[in-house]
Design a protein around this ligand. Structure first.
Ligand code: GDP
Ligand code: MG
Length: 370
């Protein structure tokens, strides 16, 4: 006769085995998760659960996810993660392109770098730096709103021929609100009309006191066009990172944030994940927002397949069951059952939240009509 273990039955129903055991107990059968039951009994159990979903609680999800605590001796220094912000047309994209280029080893096949939403470069001193490839404030704030604080350092780009503008001020307040240190890149220094001193004095009015004005915010004159000052900027970032003493535990299971995700025709759902702690490995089972999966392949910012990605490394992840959203947090878990359980729970929780919001509106509408 056909049999199934209680655990597997729970798995297939996306229920907790403890709940299945409890149900069997109510039916008069004393079994554990590892024991088998026959198909008829299984059918009764399935009926018993019906279409009703037994919900795991937030606490259960947290317990599965936050079970690893880093020990002091396991912590290692990790590269900083940098976001470039500043007023429109002050040169954010040009600067990101220049930094990426500056680092392409000469002779490398055309220097083609994959655009996966983030990239890593090495400063002359040898320090690795991870740049988020989406400049601008919307990305920064929406990631933060979703609980992903992925930025360690903000590079504030200010064009030397334009000085401080409204979005410069906005960027300053975002960085301050997030408690993220800033480095000022005074860009377009190649222009005849460049007035870097005006940038420095303008910044004073917004309580950003650069080193040249005896403050403690590093400022570097750069040109995204000529490449002037780019090396100094990278060293300034490396220095700031050293001061921050950024550390992570490469030994633990990975925790990361989605910075980009898409449904790729050939490859299925693909997400670029910035590993924040631990090491993400091929074969790892994970839950990410309302999705889950098993790492089928990892591809780095150079387009190469890698078997693992450590702290502060951006990597494309293949093997997702669905497409997550930017800002979703990725956690590696022990088993597929856990991953599925947490993802299901989150889907249901999101549904409930929407239903509650919908009901509230309807109620409001009713009240308004009355
Ligand atoms: P973003 O809107 O901040 O991303 O700015 P972009 O990178 O798109 O640059 C806006 C304009 O400024 C473009 O026409 C760039 O070519 C120009 N630009 C950017 N950096 C420099 C620079 O260092 N020197 C000069 N002369 N022009 C620059
Ligand atoms: Mg741009």
């Amino acid at each position: 006769p056909e049999t199934i273990t209680v655990g597997e039955l729970a798995n297939r129903m996306a229920e907790r085995s403890a709940d299945v055991v409890k149900t069997l107990m109510k039916m008069g059968m004393m079994v554990t998760a590892n024991q088998t039951i026959d198909a008829d009994t299984a059918e009764l159990v399935i009926e018993e659960f019906g279409h009703r979903t037994v919900r795991v609680s937030d606490a259960d999800v947290e317990q599965v996810i936050d079970s690893v605590e880093d020990r002091e001796e396991d912590l290692r220094s990790r590269p900083p993660i940098i976001t470039i912000m500043g007023h429109v047309d002050h040169g954010k994209t040009s600067l990101l392109d220049r930094i990426r280029q500056a680092n392409v080893v000469s002779g490398e096949a055309g220097g083609i770098t994959q655009h996966i939403g983030a990239y890593q470069v090495r400063a002359e001193s040898g320090a690795l730096l991870s740049f988020l490839d989406t400049p601008g404030h919307a990305a920064f704030t929406s990631m933060r709103a979703r609980g992903a604080n992925v930025t360690d350092i903000v590079v504030l780009v200010v064009a030397a021929d334009d000085a401080v503008m409204p979005q410069t001020v906005e960027a300053i307040s975002h960085a301050k609100a997030a408690g993220v240190p800033m480095i000022v890149a005074i860009n377009k220094i190649d222009k005849p009309t460049a007035n870097p001193q005006k940038v420095r004095t303008d910044l004073l009015q917004h309580e950003v006191v650069v080193e040249a004005m005896s403050g403690d915010v590093q400022d570097v004159e750069v040109s995204a066009h000529t490449g002037q000052g780019i090396d100094q900027l990278l060293e300034a970032i490396a220095l700031q990172a050293e001061i921050l003493e950024l550390r992570a535990n490469p030994q633990r299971s990975a925790l990361g944030a989605v910075i980009e995700a898409k449904l790729d025709v050939g490859r299925g759902p693909v997400a670029t994940v910035l590993v924040q702690n631990g090491t993400l490995k091929q074969g790892d089972i994970f839950v990410v927002g309302e999705q889950w999966g098993k790492v089928r392949a990892l591809i780095n910012d150079k387009g190469d397949r890698v078997t693992e990605a450590g702290p502060s490394t951006p990597v494309e992840v293949l093997g997702l069951n669905g497409t997550p959203e930017a800002g979703d947090v990725l956690n590696v878990v022990e088993t597929e059952a856990q991953a599925r359980e947490i993802a299901d729970y989150r889907v249901q929780a999101a549904k409930d939240k929407r239903a509650a919001a919908g009901a509230a509106t309807t109620l409001q509408e009713l009240m308004a009509k009355a």
